[in-house]
Design a protein around this ligand. Structure first.
Ligand code: VGL
Ligand code: ZN
Length: 195
């Protein structure tokens, strides 16, 4: 079994602010870009769907340190920091899922406060392949919500990087996803049909 029209690649938050030089940079976060581009090629070639999520906060979002939150100001709607990295080869027309758009609500998951689950179901999607930034926040929560919503959910272990606020956060996040029923996979696994 491999990628088909019931499969969706979910690219999480590959935005300038989460990349080196950005406001909330994930160390070596740009390393996921060439790998995600290869997944994009595979999904395009094999008829899979592709979605991209973005963190899309209003000014003064409650997650910002200025408001007592735990993060520096990041991914403000329309800012350069909120834009996708130019190297990410999103096909024209890729649906964009904006989250964290309400001032007083944190939304680490692409499903939270969005219509992603319904959209995927309406399209007949049953399997999700989730990668991007950051493993220990938005990737993890998107994977967990994917499972919660009844999708067979794969974690792209070679195409995700974490913030690691505390040492071990990424390893813990990976364990949590697997324990919840996610399957860790890589490009090689897909090529060899292990999924
Ligand atoms: C994220 C921290 C704050 C993420 C978003 O995309 O993982 N992390 N907002
Ligand atoms: Zn955020």
């Amino acid at each position: 079994m491999s990628i088909d029209e019931r499969s969706a690649l979910i690219i999480v938050d590959v935005q300038n602010d989460f990349l080196p030089g950005g406001a909330l940079a994930v160390s070596e976060g740009d390393g996921v870009i060439p790998v995600l581009n290869r997944y994009i090629e595979r999904f395009e070639g094999e008829g899979g769907a592709i979605y991209a999520t973005r963190d899309w906060h209003p000014e003064g979002h409650s997650s910002f340190a200025s408001e007592g939150g735990m993060w520096p100001r990041h991914c403000v709607q329309g800012s350069k920091g909120a834009a996708f990295d130019y190297r990410l080869a999103l096909p024209a027309g890729t649906p964009i899922v904006s989250k964290g758009t309400e001032s007083d609500k944190e939304a680490y998951s692409g499903f939270q406060g969005t219509h992603l689950a319904e959209t995927l179901r309406e399209r007949g999607i049953t399997r999700l392949y989730v990668g991007g930034l950051a493993t220990d926040y938005c990737v993890k929560n998107t994977v967990l919500d994917g499972l919660q919503n009844g999708f067979e959910t794969f974690y792209l272990a070679d195409a995700a990087k974490g913030v690691e606020v505390n040492a071990g956060d990424v390893a813990n996040a990976e364990r949590e996803m697997i324990d919840a029923g996610a399957v860790a996979t890589t490009l090689d696994d897909l090529a060899n049909g292990h999924d």
